[in-house]
Ligand binder design. Structure first.
Ligand code: ATP
Ligand code: MG
Length: 632
């Protein structure tokens, strides 16, 4: 599958992605993590010191060997074996007693830091607005919250500690080697700084590869997520093969990016290994020469190899640690891109809303342009809902009705001086307080994967059964409830019983009604119900909302006609306004709509009657409809 890609990687590893190449600032992103690690500083230091001690113990092993070998090589000396043997056993024991707990402590810190980071990430996302979610897709956010934070966890757990260990080990090894032979130490260690420098430079160059790899993974994740959400649409339209093909492309892209990053990592690893191969040759030739000259004992000659192995593993792992730093820097940058995103809707803490709200909602010359839209969605709208009134908005699709409702609960960044609740600018009300007073039932009904009861009492789970049943009744959901096997405890939503579109809509309506908010905003909650249920719901609304303010959107004259006032919205402006009768008398858009819809309703009613007749006279010939002419 990678026939085409193979050539490309060859070129691309050498010619790394141009942007962001080789600059120190990427590692600077890691500084942002300090505040998450600082609170564990003491434990971090203790753990690191523990690891250092365990490491130091390892350096006694070649020394013990040296003592034993030297005593054997000298025929005049007593064999000296017991103490070195005990030393080695002691070293092994220290690894169990010190190394294991220290590692464990460090791992726990990294888990705790990742936990804190993930919590903050989630909190930030909860309060973001539409711009944010336009910029960061769901899969993208998932990938940042999962993969990038894991990467950061790795660097906290291993990265920093490995660097400390590296410095520590080098000093310890140098000390032991210098004691044995300064001249040989000089030549053995000479190539090692080059290894470290080259490793560091290569690791720096790796940043763009890792960022690209993470981005490709984010694309893949969002694709998969979108696909699963839309699987029914895909199957209904028989687009499975095309989706498989699209997935293959996204997946291949990720694999290619992954190979590129891996390949770079391998090049770094191999180059370093090759460079470290020089040192054993030096020991063999120059060290052997020193032994022959009598300037170095056989034991020391042997110990040099031991120290070299210890130091080499550190030098190699420093390259790995550095490469981990570069990918963690990429991950950190991606995490903080989200954390730093300025909140669109800025809350105020200054004023509180007085405890009793009358519920007069007013839009004064309200205009709004969606970010990136060519023209304003709302263009100087004036409308008001007096306390206790029910007002309806009606208009063509895309005319701006939902935007008006969203403005009233600041789901969009409502401009100051345009929306007022009881005469007070809603921008001066803390958002939480505002949304307690003003409840909106959104246009797309959304149910959580939870029992119906929890869905209805989402904001306050301790509501009594009576209150729930009242709202269920008012929303015309009683019949549906009777059909659910476990009643209110039936799990609905994605992982439960699938409710029909209309049932979902009525469930969210009940969720809105149950709050008995001072102001209720209903965004097209009656679109999927039949005329009969509609009548029932309108009755329920009247019962539960009497004396309270309700602003509802509808496509149907039959719903809107009961309102105290109706506004017809067109192109973000108020086209007509007035009571049902006034608007009919005006003979404008509303009157036309009324004419069309009532003839459709008559038509539907007649068809229903016909079907019932048909049902009743099964076996007989259905009466040929003479009504055809007056339907048209
Ligand atoms: N996030 C957005 N970014 C850009 N444009 C948007 C955004 N949301 C809505 N719009 C545009 O604003 C206009 C009004 O949208 P709105 O949802 O208010 O219409 P509506 O009257 O509620 O329509 P419907 O009856 O279909 O629900 C539409 O043209 C829509 O495309
Ligand atoms: Mg809408």
């Amino acid at each position: 599958m990678h026939g085409g890609g193979g050539g490309r990687w060859g070129g691309s590893v050498v010619g790394a992605p141009q942007r962001e190449r080789g600059s120190f600032q990427h590692l600077g992103h890691l500084k942002r993590l300090m505040s998450y690690v600082r609170r564990y500083a003491v434990v971090l230091v203790v753990g690191t010191v523990g690891l250092a001690i365990a490491r130091l113990a390892l350096y006694l092993m070649p020394w013990a060997q040296k003592l034993a070998v030297d005593s054997l090589a000298d025929p005049a000396a007593e064999p000296y074996l017991l103490i070195p043997a005990l030393m080695i056993l002691g070293v092994v024991a220290s690894q169990f007693i010190i190394y294991v707990p220290a590692r464990r402590v460090l791992r726990r810190i990294s888990i705790a830091a990742a936990y804190d980071l993930r919590k903050r990430f989630f909190n930030v996302v909860q309060y973001q607005g539409p711009n944010f979610f336009n910029k960061f897709g769901t899969g993208d956010l998932m990938s940042r919250a999962v993969n990038d934070i894991s990467m950061v966890r790795m660097v906290v757990s291993f990265g920093a500690v490995n660097i400390v260990m590296f410095v520590f080990s080098v000093i310890a090894a140098l000390w032991f080697m210098l004691v044995m032979s300064p001249a040989l130490t000089f030549w053995v260690v000479l190539p090692l700084p080059f290894v470290a420098v080259i490793g560091f430079m290569m690791a720096r160059g790796m940043f763009p590869f890792f960022r690209e790899r993470q981005e490709a993974l984010a694309t893949l994740t969002s694709f998969t997520q979108e696909n699963l959400n839309g699987i029914r649409t895909i199957q209904a339209m028989a687009q499975e093969n095309q989706e498989i093909d699209r997935f293959r492309r996204a997946s291949t892209r990720y694999a290619q990016k992954f190979y590129r990053a891996e390949r770079y990592q391998v090049i770094v690893g191999v180059s370093m290994t090759l460079l470290t191969m020089i040192s054993p040759v030096v020991i063999l030739l120059y060290g052997g020469f020193l032994v022959l000259d009598g300037e170095l004992t056989i034991g020391s000659f042997n110990a040099f190899f031991g120290y070299l192995i210890l130091i080499t593993s550190q030098v190699q792992s420093i390259g790995w640690s550095l490469s981990m730093f570069t990918s963690a820097a990429a991950a950190t940058q991606r995490i903080f891109e989200v954390l730093d995103y300025p909140p669109e809707v800025v809350d105020v803490a200054e004023a509180q809303l007085p405890p009793d709200i009358n519920g007069r909602l007013e839009f004064r010359n309200f205009s709004y342009r969606h970010p990136g839209a060519a023209r304003p969605t709302i263009d100087g709208i004036n409308l008001h809902v007096d306390a206790g009134e029910t007002v309806a908005l009606l208009g063509r699709i895309g005319s701006g009705k939902s935007t008006i409702l969203k403005a009233a609960v600041r789901l969009i960044d409502t401009p100051r001086g345009s929306v007022f609740l009881d005469g007070r600018d809603i921008c001066e009300v803390p958002i939480r307080r505002l949304r307690e007073a003003v409840t909106m039932v959104p246009q797309d009904p959304f149910l959580f994967s939870a029992p119906l009861k929890e869905n209805l009492t989402y904001d306050k789970p301790d509501r009594g059964e009576e209150a729930i049943l009242e709202a269920v009744d008012a929303a015309g959901l009683t019949e549906t409830l009777g059909r659910l096997v476990n009643g209110l405890d039936t799990v609905v939503g994605e992982r439960g019983t699938t409710l029909s579109g209309g049932e979902k809509q009525r469930s969210t309506l009940a969720r809105g009604l149950i709050r008995r908010a001072d102001v209720l905003l209903l965004d097209d909650c009656f679109s999927s119900v039949d005329t009969e249920t509609e009548e029932q719901i309108l009755g329920g609304l009247q019962r539960m909302r009497s004396g309270k303010t309700t602003l509802l959107i509808s496509h149907r004259v039959s719903t809107a006609r009961h309102a105290n006032r109706i506004y017809v919205i067109d192109n973000g402006r108020v086209l007509e306004s007035g009571t049902h009768e006034e608007l009919l008398a005006q003979g404008g858009y509303y009157a036309d709509l009324e004419a069309v819809q009532s003839s459709q309703d008559r038509d539907r009613a007649r068809r229903g009657q016909l079907l019932r007749q048909l049902d009743g006279s099964r076996g007989e010939l259905p009466p040929l409809a003479p009504t055809g002419s007056d339907v048209a």
